[in-house]
Design a protein around this ligand. Structure first.
Ligand SMILES: Nc1ncnc2c1ncn2[C@@H]1O[C@H](COP(=O)(O)OP(=O)(O)OP(=O)(O)O)[C@@H](O)[C@H]1O
Ligand SMILES: [Mg+2]
Length: 235
């Protein structure tokens, strides 16, 4: 389903290079539910961004569903994201001022469905997720937990084969965490491949949810200054 070979990401920040993700080889099979676990700054979000085609690797290769996509131009990546990937962002990235229904239906626009068809699909999904009592609410009037579930619904509307979720329980209470876990359990039962990051023991220990954990370690920043020493870098 997803294979990476020596995939890594470096960012240039002023006069030094930040290694966001050290080379990683991994093979995630279809239907697996993977937890990315590790300290803050160890590259978990970067890894999700790489496998969902939001950022390009500095080196190494990525295959998704048999397609090598690490070097594809942006318009191919956006097609793959549109057709195959549901991305649940940590910061939600909902469109403020638009209704819950419009937000969830939005990813269907490029698929050529008309407004009535888009709304029908979004309404069905939101009913399944027990959020149909808030359909006309502007998303910015929803509670944090409702916004998190709205972000999940938007990620699921295109029936993706891969779902990535960045810290899906970090901004919500225990009850919402349980609702989110319930959604993930159902997605897993449907055979979806799920890759998520979390620091939350409630997710790590959720009954039968996580098939495998990928452990991340923080890379030391590599000093690239012409003068100075390693000690300078962290001042
Ligand atoms: N666009 C960027 N430019 C420069 N450095 C970046 C950029 N994105 C990430 N980094 C750096 O890469 C490292 C890994 O970041 P990342 O967000 O992947 O960590 P993380 O494991 O998700 O951390 P957290 O648990 O806090 O969410 C961090 O040191 C971060 O500062
Ligand atoms: Mg992160």
């Amino acid at each position: 389903m997803i294979m990476t070979e020596g995939v890594y990401k470096a960012f240039r920040e002023k006069d030094r290079e930040i290694i966001a993700l050290t080379p990683l080889d991994t093979h995630i099979k279809k239907g697996e539910c993977i937890l990315c676990w590790g300290p803050s700054g160890s590259g978990k979000t970067t890894f999700l961004n790489l496998i969902s085609g939001i950022v390009k690797p500095t080196g190494g290769r990525i295959w998704l569903d048999g397609e090598k996509f690490s070097r594809l131009p942006e318009h191919f990546l956006s097609r793959i994201r549109r057709d195959k990937i549901g991305i649940i962002f940590q910061q939600f990235h909902l469109l403020s001022g638009f209704s819950l229904l419009d937000n969830v239906a939005m990813p269907l626009i490029p698929l050529g469905l008309n407004r009535a068809e888009r709304h029908k699909k979004a309404r069905e999904l939101l009913t399944k997720l027990e959020m149909d009592h808030r359909l006309d609410f502007p998303v910015n009037h929803l509670s944090g937990g409702e916004q998190q579930r709205a972000a999940i619904a938007r990620a699921l509307i295109n029936d993706p084969i891969l779902i990535t979720a960045d810290e899906p329980s970090s901004a919500v209470d225990l009850k919402t965490t349980e609702q989110i876990l319930d959604i993930f359990q159902k997605l897993k039962a449907e055979g979806k491949t799920i890759v998520m990051t979390s620091h939350d023991p409630a997710i790590k220990d959720a009954d039968g949810l996580i098939d495998r954990t990928i452990f991340f370690e923080r890379a030391a920043d590599i000093p690239k200054r012409k003068t100075g020493s390693i000690g300078d870098v962290f001042e």
